[in-house]
Design a protein around this ligand. Structure first.
Ligand code: BGC
Length: 739
């Protein structure tokens, strides 16, 4: 199903409709469009989303990323028969997401009532103009002349799984050509304007209608045998949230009017040019025995690009990007820890915007802290546009008991506070952006530190952080989670460092901060060398997890055990202590890292997609290349693997981010520490070459690795010292080091 720089689906499969709609989604960070088929199928979820456009269906619900009116659907009738791949006969079928250009193309040879038709669907979201998307349908009748009817338009019957978020304000047709719908979200009051128009050649009978929230154009045409009929459609979206836009209605109309002069191919070419620039600047090239490694890496980068609202710092990245409604489009720690590094080390200004999103919501984080009886800033576990806590209070219902399971993350998964602080420091380390650090960075650091000072409790002269959830969400309400405590320590330590650097005289914070650092309990390895995940974890019983590991990602364990029972056993959903080892490679000696990786992995089901690639990195650093490569490949299969439902509700954004992390921080083993960039590659045995661009402190580098050599080329910026296998080299043009 995957080849080269394409994601390919070579047969029509009803079971994986929604998975492929997510995998082949198109976008540009401003908007995202699922690759649902043009024709309807029961159970197929269409989706068009704009970053930042959230709404609450009712006051008691959390905000969700609004599924906007659809403009990608086409109903096609040939000689009175509706085109559907459930009717007639499919002679051939291929659908490709062409990563190089961002286009999705589907080619079908279809037969109905003994007559064959070649139908080609093409679609893309423009990377050149964030507000634009376009499609093209080419139909050729191969055996006879035929009568064609195509109906398409702006369909506002879309919902978020039954919840309607939009009021239809206005629908209009202009000049018998341009359709326009203007809508308003019911609670957040954003205005959204969509305009669309179709172009075609030849004699056609065109009609318009507006009914039941559908503004449609119907086109009738007699096609001659072997003469392709082409219909092109362009769509434009603007909202009242757009920066610098006063009138979304006018702007959408104008864009379509202008665009009609350019055909689909010209628009695609302009957009593809931007994609070409992207690949030129960001691609990680891998020469591997397994072609799939390159495809998976390209796929990860493609999605990171289309999920990130690099145009606007008021928004961040949802757990499914803009490809589906999973997690309601909410933003988690996934952004700072799994996705931001790709940007930071290739395009730091995008990473800065993601941090600014947090800075802009410091006030809401302070209010959340206060509401929970703490000081400083307690960032929401899940957030959307307002910056308020958006985690649903309850998870899935147990339909046998009618009892809903409370979601504890909002009240206890507090490591997100330190994750954000970590990303702030990492940003500064790689950019030395003093302006940001003095203002936004330091405010974030001080307020997050204040939170930890108030969050810790004193016991027998020591500080503990009690009743938390670490990254492992199968272990709730525990004390002194190693990950959380070390991250909180780092958070406060860095705050004091930067306060000192910038002459911040807040005496109370300095005094309390130092006391916290001196007395915070930091778990150390026990006599077997294992770092306790929390105060009680290592005393809990163990069970054989083989059966659940086989079905990882499915949470099958919760069918056999209640959450409370899982909580009382040594069972991890995802990397936790291993996450700590990944973020702080030098915190413990190599033998302790290896022991802990092994111990905790044995107890980890990897039910979260945030787990596998992190294990790959730590295993690579331990030199266990066989395990590292296996974890990496399994991480790549989270979205691209055979499970037909793995990505129904959207791709796994953090997992895709971690595929890049595994390549760069795992296999290339790049570490930015103190004042040097070190590269100590650990390439998988199947890889004969890896090369990638890397931004470090104003210098743009191209790093090329083979099993026997490291070559670093300075593309732009100042000369830089690089450490390779323990020796330092000054890169002012190009260096080659034999291993
Ligand atoms: C994971 C979290 C993650 C969230 C969103 C959960 O299943 O346990 O770590 O932040 O998904 O991706």
């Amino acid at each position: 199903m995957k080849k080269g720089r394409k994601i390919v689906e070579d047969k029509f499969d009803l079971h994986s409709l929604n998975k492929f709609a997510s995998l082949m989604a198109m976008g540009n960070g401003y908007l995202g469009l699922r690759a649902a088929h043009e024709e309807d199928y029961a159970g197929q979820t269409r989706g068009l989303y704009i970053a930042g456009i959230y709404n609450k269906a009712t006051v008691n619900e959390t905000s969700e990323l609004v599924n906007l009116p659809d403009i990608s659907g086409f109903k096609i009738e040939i000689n009175g028969d509706t085109f559907s791949l459930l009717n007639g006969k499919i002679h051939s079928y291929t659908r490709e997401l062409i990563l190089a250009t961002g286009e999705v193309k589907r080619e079908i040879l279809w037969e109905i009532k003994g007559l064959r038709f070649q139908i080609v669907f093409q679609r893309f979201v423009s990377k050149e103009n964030l507000h634009l998307l376009a499609s093209k349908v080419t139909i050729t009748s191969l055996d006879n002349d035929a009568v064609l009817k195509i109906v398409t338009g702006i369909d506002a019957q879309q919902t978020n799984f039954g919840k309607q978020h939009l009021i239809e304000e206005k629908v209009r047709i202009y000049n018998e050509k341009i359709m326009q719908g203007v809508y308003q979200t019911t609670e957040s009051s954003h205005r959204i304007s969509l305009a669309a128009a179709c172009t075609f050649q030849g004699e056609t009978d065109v009609n318009f209608s507006a009914k039941n929230r559908q503004l449609l154009t119907s086109i009738k045409h007699e096609i001659k045998k072997n003469q392709p009929f082409i219909i092109e459609k362009a769509g434009a979206l603007f909202t009242s949230l757009d920066q610098g836009v006063n009138d979304p209605e006018k702007d959408a109309f104008q864009l379509i009017e202008e665009t009609l002069l350019d055909g689909y191919d010209t628009l695609l070419e302009k957009s593809a040019f931007k994609w070409q620039e992207f690949w030129h600047k960001k691609r990680v090239s891998i020469v591997s025995e397994n072609e799939f490694d390159q495809t998976a890496m390209d796929f990860a980068l493609y999605h990171m690009e289309i999920m990130t609202p690099a145009h606007d710092q008021r928004f961040s990245v949802g757990a499914k990007g803009l490809t589906g409604e999973g997690y309601k489009g909410h933003v988690f720690w996934d952004t700072e820890i799994f996705i931001a590094p790709f940007h930071l080390f290739t395009e730091p200004k995008t990473a800065k915007k993601l941090l600014t999103y947090r800075y802009l919501h410091l006030q809401q984080a302070k209010e959340k802290a206060q509401l929970n009886g703490y000081e400083g800033a307690l960032f929401p576990w899940e957030s959307a546009f307002s910056g308020e806590e958006e985690t649903p209070e309850f998870a899935a219902i147990n339909i046998r008991t009618g009892i809903r399971q409370k979601v504890a993350s909002a009240i206890a998964e507090h490591h997100i506070v330190a994750d954000i602080a970590f990303a702030v420091v990492q940003y500064f380390e790689n950019t030395k952006d003093e302006d940001f650090m003095k203002k936004e960075g330091l405010s974030l650091l001080k307020e997050t530190s204040r939170f930890w000072l108030s969050r810790a409790v004193e016991e027998d002269g020591q500080f503990s952080i009690k009743d938390v959830i670490g990254p492992d969400e199968y272990t709730e309400h525990i004390d002194n989670n190693a990950y959380t405590n070390y991250m909180a320590y780092f958070n406060v330590k860095q705050t004091l460092f930067f306060m000192g650097k910038y002459g911040d005289q807040d005496g109370e914070l300095i005094e309390r901060g130092n006391d916290f650092l001196n007395r915070l309990y930091l778990p150390v390895p026990n006599k077997e060398g294992i770092i306790p995940q929390d105060d009680t974890f290592l005393n809990k019983p163990e069970i054989d997890l083989a059966k659940y590991k086989e079905k990882q990602g499915s949470q099958a364990i919760l069918l056999d055990y209640s959450r409370q029972e899982v909580n009382e056993m040594q069972i991890l959903k995802q990397a936790d202590t291993v996450m700590l080892l990944y973020l702080f490679p030098d915190l413990f000696p190599a033998d302790i890292v290896a022991k802990n990786l092994h111990y905790y992995e044995k107890h980890t089901i990897h039910d979260s997609s945030l787990s596998k690639a992190i294990h790959a990195i730590v295993a690579a650093r331990c030199g266990d290349m066989e395990a590292a490569y296996r974890f990496f490949q399994e991480a790549c299969l989270i979205d691209l693997g055979p499970n037909p439902h793995s990505s129904d509700e959207g791709i796994h954004a953090a997992s895709l981010g971690s595929v890049w992390l595994a390549g760069v921080f795992g296999f290339a083993n790049v570490i930015l520490k103190n004042n040097t960039l070190s590269i100590n590659p650990k390439l998988p045995a199947d890889w004969s070459k890896m090369s990638f661009p890397f931004y470090c402190r104003g210098s743009r580098l191209e790093i090329l690795l083979t099993p026997n050599q490291v070559a670093v080329t300075l593309i732009s910026g100042p000369a830089l010292t690089v450490e390779i296998n323990g020796n330092e080299y000054l890169v002012n043009e190009e260096i080659e080091v034999n291993l």
